[in-house]
Design a protein. Structure first.
Length: 615
């Protein structure tokens, strides 16, 4: 959940590390700090709060040096204090560590280190790491060996980056388990390390990724790689085709708004290169590891995900069952990993959906399924992420960098990707004849234009937000494929405005939620023209009868819905299987404008971070 940056080379390290931390602030923003070697000594600067606080401190107390590491923290162990901020040093002030993850056995390790005479300055689990490295570095005389021996003692997942005055010409980075990524970047006479690509893309697009139980020793001239057992490794150097300019807000007030507005493009990018209109077929290169026979013998799919991605997984159930005739069970990854699911490796497949590809519960679910012999397919946005590397097949979203913590464009890209997967499975299993495929692909081709129309329709979300931003409870209702969209709409409002909201299948309204409805309760009803539209109209009438306020999302031209609702947001008519891509966008914009009206930090809502890499 935390952000990590490191640099070694001829330039001023503090400038590069601070800039990298700014690009990773979405990973955590409780505190931040950096450490440099200046005139042979470790110098630390740490501050509570956002990166700007650290920048102000550096302006007042500058540091100089050509090797340094930095960290932005989302607190797990210990309160939000300067003492708990990373980096953490050993007793002698010779070694410094930054860390992403949780040390599950830190209490017993700390007790033994205290007996051995080590002094602790923080409440964090991370500090045991630097003291263990101190112990092993003075015992072995080798920093990399010390890091390997230390990680062998830790329980849980961790990614660490280590700097020492005793080994001043190198940075050691290592990863064990699924506690976030470690990427090594190659420059000209300089090297970089980070937890996420945005931190270093300004400087290089040539990178290598550490997998679990791997270590890198990084110097100005390059990097050598080892397993945690000490065996040499050859790592692939990849060129990442992302332009760092795309990370900039480009005039938008918030990244979230920019990313909402980018959805016509991001939807196009999911589709691009994957349609053969002449043959009326979908081509998914990333699924090439599955033979036609294996695809035909799939009897069940387990879809696992967390948060917003779980709502996409729930949509995948509707889409894949309809298009490919394969039953889909949807699990929260955090539940799947602990419930000992009954899996059949001959007939079942795991479908993993994740924006970051680094969510710890999702990765643990993948490990659980793999241990039981299941093959897996990942739908993921971040190239080279752990979920992509662990999977047997990968379908990349190609949505580009998503900086806002509350996912928007990645979610709609997930919906399109699961649609593509459903059509692909249907065609490969012989369930979809050419005329059906032609219609399905045509609906898909038209989708980006429909998204553009929604974004350009001029609905006054600001006026709607002004009217209802003081309400403390919202109810979201939907049926069929739009039930997961009701869940997603409620989650968006909760995430960024801190208003309590619940999403419900509309048919369940009478089984409890109807008791909440009164003149103070806005009810957002997704009531587009589909096979359950008349049922939704009935739900709207029941809300109005009880004095509730109805905000309807309806198909253009549906005056009957508009007459029943207090406010109507129209979306273009679309194929029912793709309608959720359209109906979710007004809910994203409504949540955004309510949060802005409340003065909330839209891009970095409290207590949340972009990628959940700890339990």
């Amino acid at each position: 959940m935390c952000g990590i940056v490191g640099y070694i080379g001829p330039r001023e390290a503090s400038t590069i590390v601070l800039a990298g931390l700014r690009r990773l602030e979405y990973r955590g923003y409780d505190s931040a700090g950096l450490a440099l070697i200046q005139d042979g000594e470790l110098v630390l600067r740490r501050s509570v709060g956002k990166i700007e606080n650290l920048a102000s401190l550096l302006a007042q107390q500058p540091v100089e040096g050509h090797v340094g590491i930095g960290h932005t923290r989302w607190a797990t162990h210990g309160g939000i204090t300067e003492a708990n901020a990373h980096p953490h040093t050993d007793c002698r002030g010779e070694i410094v560590v930054i860390h992403n993850g949780i040390v599950e056995n830190y209490r017993e390790l700390k007790e033994q280190l205290l007996v051995d005479g080590h002094l602790f300055r923080s409440q964090t689990d991370t500090e045991v790491i630097v003291h263990l490295i101190e112990k092993y570095r003075h015992r072995t005389g080798d920093l990399a060996v010390a890091v390997r021996l230390t990680l062998a003692e830790l329980k849980g997942s961790s990614a660490v980056v280590v700097l020492s005055t005793l080994d001043a010409q190198q940075i050691v980075a290592a990863r064990v388990g699924n506690a976030g990524g470690v990427v090594v970047g190659y420059g000209q006479g300089e090297m970089f390390v980070a937890s996420d690509l945005p931190a270093i893309l300004e400087h290089t697009q040539r990178v290598s990724f550490l997998d679990s139980k791997e270590l890198a020793v990084i110097s100005e001239s390059g990097a050598r790689f080892l397993t945690l057992a000490g065996e040499p490794l050859q790592k692939e150097v990849q060129t990442i085709p992302w332009d760092p300019v795309a990370v900039a807000k480009e005039g938008y007030k918030h990244f979230m708004l920019k990313e909402i507005e980018e959805q016509a493009r991001s939807v196009t990018d999911v589709i691009r290169g994957r349609l053969d209109l002449e043959a009326a077929k979908v081509h998914l290169e990333g699924l090439g590891s599955f033979s036609a026979e294996q695809l035909r013998t799939i009897k069940r799919i387990y879809a696992v995900a967390c948060g917003t991605a779980w709502h996409a997984a729930l949509c995948s159930k509707f889409l894949i069952e309809r298009l490919a005739g394969i039953p889909v069970e949807v699990d929260y990854a955090s539940e799947f990993r602990y419930r000992d699911p009954l899996l059949n490796p001959e007939e079942d497949v795991l479908l993993v959906i994740s924006q970051s590809g680094e969510t710890v519960d999702t990765l643990a679910a993948m490990e659980e399924a793999r241990d039981k012999g299941l093959r897996s397919i990942s739908i993921v946005n971040v190239i080279g992420s752990q979920a992509a590397r662990l999977a047997d097949a990968v379908l990349y979203l190609n949505a580009g960098l998503e900086i806002g913590v509350a996912s928007t464009k990645a979610f709609t890209s997930m919906l399109v990707a699961t649609y593509l997967l459903g059509v692909y499975l249907g065609q490969e299993r012989g369930l979809l004849e050419r005329p059906q495929r032609e219609d399905l692909l045509q609906d898909l081709i038209e989708l980006p234009g429909l998204v553009d129309r929604i974004l350009a329709n001029g609905h006054d979300y600001e006026a709607l937000a002004q009217r209802y931003f003081k309400r403390r409870d919202f109810l979201y209702l939907g049926r069929g494929l739009n039930y997961p969209i009701a869940l997603e709409g409620a989650l968006k409002l909760k995430e960024i405005s801190y208003i309590h909201a619940e999403g419900y299948p509309a048919g369940e309204m009478k089984h409890g939620p109807i008791a909440l409805i009164d003149e103070n309760m806005p009810v957002v009803a997704i009531a587009v023209r589909d096979h359950v539209r008349d049922k939704m109209l009935s739900n709207i009438e029941q809300v109005r009868t009880r004095g509730g306020i109805v905000i309807a999302v309806a198909t253009e031209g549906d005056q009957e819905i508009a007459d029943q609702a207090d406010h109507t947001i129209f979306v273009p008519a679309a194929a029912p299987l793709l309608a959720p891509v359209l109906t979710v966008i007004p809910l994203q914009l409504l949540a955004y404008h309510i949060a802005v009206r409340l003065g909330c930090d839209v891009d970095q809502p409290r207590n949340l971070a972009k990628s959940v890499t700890v339990e």
